[in-house]
Design a protein around this ligand. Sequence first.
Ligand SMILES: [Zn+2]
Length: 363
Amino acid sequence: MPASGRVAVYDVPNGPFRLVDYPLRPPGPGEVLVKNRMATICRSDIHTWQGHRPGPCPGLLGHEIIGDIVALGADVKQDMRGDPLHVGDRITWSEYFIPGDNYYTAVLDLPQKSPGVDKYGHMAATKAPHHHGGFGEYCYIVPRSWILRLPDVLSDAEATPLNCGVATMIAVTEAASIRIGQTVVMQGLGLLGLYGAAIAKARGAQAVIGLDGDADRRARSYRFGVDLALDPALDKAELPQEILALCRPAGPDVAIEVCGAAQAILQGIELLRIGGTYVLGGVVNPQAMVTLDANLILKKMLTVRGIHNYHPRNLIEALDFVVANRVRFPFHELVDGQYPLERVGDAMADAAAQRVLRAAILP
Ligand SMILES: [Zn+2]
């Protein structure tokens, strides 16, 4: 085990990144020390760096990570599925960890919302054990995280988004209760929307309609299960008509918000059929204010749900979904930029400007 490892930190919102060396120690009980292989930049990393979400500084970001096991804590023997773990295994793990069992784990089955839940890539680098994010050479997986060994069939690019993007969309589509033959409107065709469309199809959706203002994103979405991609700014009369043609006779059964824009919520709710389900998955920033006629929700008898984090079971489902559908959908194309640790700043700038869909840091 090396004596130390580097992490890339920023000191102020929108500030440059610098590399800092912190010591490494053997993993304690319940911990695993990992050599990071790849970390992909999630939109929430960008929001935190830009100061739109609270984030302590000097900040160490990166929570979509995979890595190879360097050392196992004495009592860590297997992954969450029960498969044995060994030094050298390539693994993914939950983006969050919790302090211990509590009312939310034992009674509500919402471990992901446990009091004191914290996330990788969301803490100050000065906080021990310092290596707790993707923008670094190493990461300590701390107790009460959920670890999953990765099968060889998956490339690093296919495996890295599993523990945030894919697992989140498993949770979102689960909350939408998509059934065989149903129709789904996906608001936003970034990484979440593309995985969401593909998962909706795998869950039996008959048609997925994608809404995004970016023509390139719309064009790409057809290879990820979208049947019709439209500009949400289309004429107010034309848009519902085009959608209804695919969702006859009553309109879409499900609408999913993954565009991160609160203004989109009203459009999604207006498009839904009577008795439909609306799920929010993208508005992760506080102060996502929106004005809508609540009478619409009542009169249309809608179900409205929000998803934040995901249940640990969704991580297993995310892995199994990508393994089963990696030929049907070109997930490997989604990670379209690679940067060494020294160029985290360039990667963040390119990701923020949407010059790449998913930038990957190769520490
Ligand atoms: Zn994320």
